[in-house]
Design a protein around this ligand. Structure first.
Ligand SMILES: Nc1nc2c(ncn2[C@@H]2O[C@H](COP(=O)(O)OP(=O)(O)O)[C@@H](O)[C@H]2O)c(=O)[nH]1
Ligand SMILES: [Mg+2]
Length: 260
């Protein structure tokens, strides 16, 4: 039987970029994807109108628009989407950020060859042989190499990205919600890397392209760097810290309403 693959697009104030992301959903890539969910994390701009406008024009593309009950952050949006994937019988879920920094077509070989079936997660890598970066300063690239190296040391496998915006997960691996108490913010992906070592998930990196043009990054570089190091060192001294609750606010159930 054909795998059921869900494409999850997290969006937060992406009114200018989301139309380009949805424009990537051509027939070459949609032949692999059963459904697309755009998860709006309570944007304050016209992101939703742009998405519904696209849906009206392209009735043939199976897109749904969901709106989080509260602003859950990027990590929280992952929790909404992972649960949706499990509840609705999907086999795999692809994450593609809604701010048009990545290209879904970079995963076409992964999908065509069935490479995704061989691993629990395929992580898009920006800092690997074959990766292509546009609009990234040398400093930022260098910083990422250092962090990848530090994580690699702790988890004892090669790490080529701590969290790009293009990743693919097997839903089987996500079913027990080991990630439920991970941070709801942009730190979510760092914990997913540590979890891969703790739970023995089989992760594999795949080189992707990444661009920064008109996007507004919400990562505050130094602030984030310190927080990441703190989690990394505490995990290094005692891996069971991964079981702690990393959220600022405990949420029992991450819920989203289907808008359209
Ligand atoms: N910053 C931020 N991004 C969110 C949130 N919810 C969903 N997102 C989406 O998460 C993705 C990554 O966020 P971004 O700020 O661009 O981070 P960066 O690309 O890693 O610098 C984008 O597609 C956002 O639209 C949120 O609450 N805050
Ligand atoms: Mg971004």
């Amino acid at each position: 039987m054909k795998d059921r693959i869900l494409l999850f697009i997290p969006v937060y104030n992406c009114e200018n970029q989301i139309i380009r992301v949805l424009g990537q959903l051509d027939s070459d890539i949609m032949k692999y994807i059963s459904e697309v969910i755009v998860v709006n994390n309570r944007s304050t701009d016209n992101t939703e109108e742009v998405v519904t406008g696209f849906m009206d024009k392209h009735g043939d593309i199976p897109v749904k628009l969901l709106r989080n009950k509260e602003n859950y952050g990027l990590g929280g949006s992952h929790k909404v989407a992972f649960k949706y994937a499990a509840d609705n019988g999907f086999d795999h879920v692809i994450v593609l950020h809604g701010d048009d920094q990545g290209s879904l077509s970079d995963f076409e070989p992964v999908l065509r060859t069935g490479y995704y079936k061989k691993h629990d997660c395929i992580l898009g890598a920006r800092f690997m042989k074959g990766s292509r970066l546009k609009g990234y300063s040398a400093f930022r690239t260098f910083g990422n190499y250092i962090f990848d190296f530090l994580f690699a040391f702790v988890v004892r496998k090669k790490i080529y990205d701590l969290g790009s915006g293009l990743n693919m997960y097997s839903v089987e691996m996500l079913k027990d919600e080991f990630y439920k108490a991970f941070p709801d913010n942009l730190m979510f992906n760092y914990c997913m890397i540590l979890a891969s070592e703790y739970y023995g998930h089989d992760i594999s990196f795949f080189p992707v392209s990444w661009r920064e043009e008109d996007q507004v990054s919400n990562v505050k570089l130094t602030d984030q760097a310190f927080k990441v190091l703190k989690i990394l060192f505490s995990y290094y001294s005692d891996p069971s810290v991964i079981l702690e609750d990393y959220r600022d606010k405990v949420i029992d159930s991450y819920e989203a309403e289907i808008i359209k």
